[in-house]
Design a protein around this ligand. Structure first.
Ligand SMILES: Cc1cc2nc3c(=O)[nH]c(=O)nc-3n(C[C@H](O)[C@H](O)[C@H](O)COP(=O)(O)OP(=O)(O)OC[C@H]3O[C@@H](n4cnc5c(N)ncnc54)[C@H](O)[C@@H]3O)c2cc1C
Length: 446
């Protein structure tokens, strides 16, 4: 059964969210640098966010990605997709709704793999929105290829470990209360079992900040992408998340949902840029007519709309599949495609928005720079597009088989011969036949 309608009761919640995000949250994008969304020490921002978070809770919309037993409302992915689309309009909205990455993925990892003690120490305050967290896997020599990771947990005679190595682009590191750390525990094991994951409080001795790397346009030292060194960081069995060698399984679980949520928010970002395109087309006159009346601008508007709608439907279908199969692995290629499309569509639409606004578009008086930066990040964060394209291709190619024949299975003359054999009793009956039939019959006579 295909159904493109939103349940009217849920639509009321979406309408509330839409108004709330536009009126109450979007102004924060103008008052604070977007990095501050992670900074629990920003008293001014926290004073504004606290009552807003309460309003979200009052509506039953807090941390909606979580199942009921973890304090969320157990919404399915389709509903989350529609909600995240609204949240994607503002850099602060996810935090105010308790769905900010990387905390969402870290919470999922702790919920599924954490011990009761770990849940009490880290998960509950994270779910309450009182602290933020950091996930460290990428290293300076590579992020998309785990075989180049070097950070190592050296086992000690008492069964504990000392971690040595560097991590790069660890979002949120400067504000985080705890770190999830991926480190090699068995360098000789196959890649899939080589790494273990540890959960460690930020104040533990041995975590050294080399610097805070920033994104483009950030001032030196002001970013939130931590460049970190672990100097003999001591971790014990109590700090191990899941089993020894299980880091990859945990990371995959963690990233599956995260990638779809990124894509869902990207729909919102693309739509925001599209709104700007349409408003500008209807407002700017040049060479005697509105931009909206120029054919090339009309093409652009139609083209952008089609791209967003295709992307949006694809994301919604992926969300529907996740709900349906309840297994991220069963929708691997869909999730990878969502991630790729998010990057392509957002970069395309935001670039068009910049161009259509001319000098104003490239100026620092519009927010397009930040939107473009966020769009570019979509092609890198959680693995570069090429890696996801590889995943898609591998999944798809599993459904096909090589032919053992000399020619492909769609080779026309070979198939015409088979079809002629199948219907041989009818071919002498008068009536036009295809040119291949005539040709092969002539050849047969010769
Ligand atoms: C905003 C942001 C936040 C991040 N947050 C975190 C975080 O919290 N924790 C964390 O651990 N990491 C984080 N990362 C790191 C992220 O996971 C890595 O940047 C990503 O995996 C890519 O690794 P890399 O930067 O080393 O690029 P590389 O792997 O060096 O890739 C660079 C380019 O090389 C090409 N390339 C790479 N692999 C292939 C391939 N297989 N085939 C063809 N071409 C290829 C692509 O063009 C690619 O864009 C974050 C990144 C960004 C941008």
């Amino acid at each position: 059964m295909w159904d493109f309608e939103t349940d009217p009761e849920f639509q009321k919640k979406l309408d509330w969210m839409e108004k709330f995000v536009r009126e109450e949250i979007e102004p924060l994008d103008l008052l604070f640098h977007q990095d501050q969304t992670y900074n629990p020490g920003n008293q001014s921002l926290m004073a504004i966010m606290k009552p807003l978070k309460q309003k979200v809770r009052d509506q039953g919309l807090w941390a909606c990605h979580l199942p009921k037993h973890l304090g969320g409302d157990g919404y399915g992915q389709v509903q989350l997709a529609l909600m995240n689309e609204i949240l994607g309009r503002s850099f602060f909205a996810s935090t105010i709704f308790g769905t900010q990455a990387p905390d969402t993925g870290n919470a999922e990892a702790l919920a599924h793999f954490g011990t009761e003690a770990q849940k009490a120490a880290y998960l509950q305050p994270l779910l309450d929105g009182d602290i933020v967290s950091c996930f460290t896997m990428t290293e300076p020599q590579g992020g998309g290829d785990p075989s180049v990771f070097q950070t190592r947990a050296f086992e000690q005679p008492d069964g504990s470990w000392r971690i040595r190595g560097q991590k790069w682009f660890a979002s949120n590191a400067r504000w985080a209360s705890f770190f999830l750390i991926v480190a090699i525990t068995d360098p000789d094991a196959p890649l899939i079992n080589r790494f273990s994951m540890f959960v460690v409080p930020a104040e533990r001795a041995g975590i050294k900040f080399i610097r805070n790397a920033g994104l483009m346009f950030d001032l030196p030292g002001e970013g939130i992408e931590g460049y970190i060194e672990f100097e003999d960081l001591h971790v014990t069995r109590e700090d191990l998340l899941g089993d020894v060698g299980q880091a990859f399984a945990i990371a995959q679980h963690r990233l599956g949902g995260g990638r779809v949520h990124h894509a869902m928010r990207s729909v919102g970002l693309a739509k925001k840029a599209f709104d700007a395109i349409c408003e500008r087309a209807l407002s700017r006159t040049t060479k005697g007519s509105l931009l909206a009346n120029k054919q090339s601008v009309q093409q652009l508007v139609a083209d952008c709309w089609m791209k967003i709608e295709q992307f949006r439907l694809f994301v919604l279908r992926t969300a529907w599949k996740i709900d349906r199969y309840n297994d991220y692995k069963a929708v691997r290629e869909d999730i990878a495609a969502c991630k790729n499309l998010a990057y392509e569509v957002c970069v395309y639409i935001v670039e068009k928005a910049i161009h259509l606004h001319g000098s104003l578009g490239v100026s620092n008086e519009m927010a397009f720079g930040e939107m473009m930066r966020a769009s570019m990040c979509m092609g890198i964060v959680d693995g570069p597009s090429e890696v996801h394209q590889s995943t898609i291709a591998k999944q798809l190619l599993r459904r096909y088989q090589a032919t053992e024949d000399l020619f492909p299975s769609t080779h026309v003359p070979s198939n015409v011969r088979k079809a002629m054999e199948k219907y041989k009793d009818y071919l002498d009956i008068p009536g036009d036949k295809s040119v291949w039939v005539n040709y092969l019959r002539e050849q047969g006579k010769a």
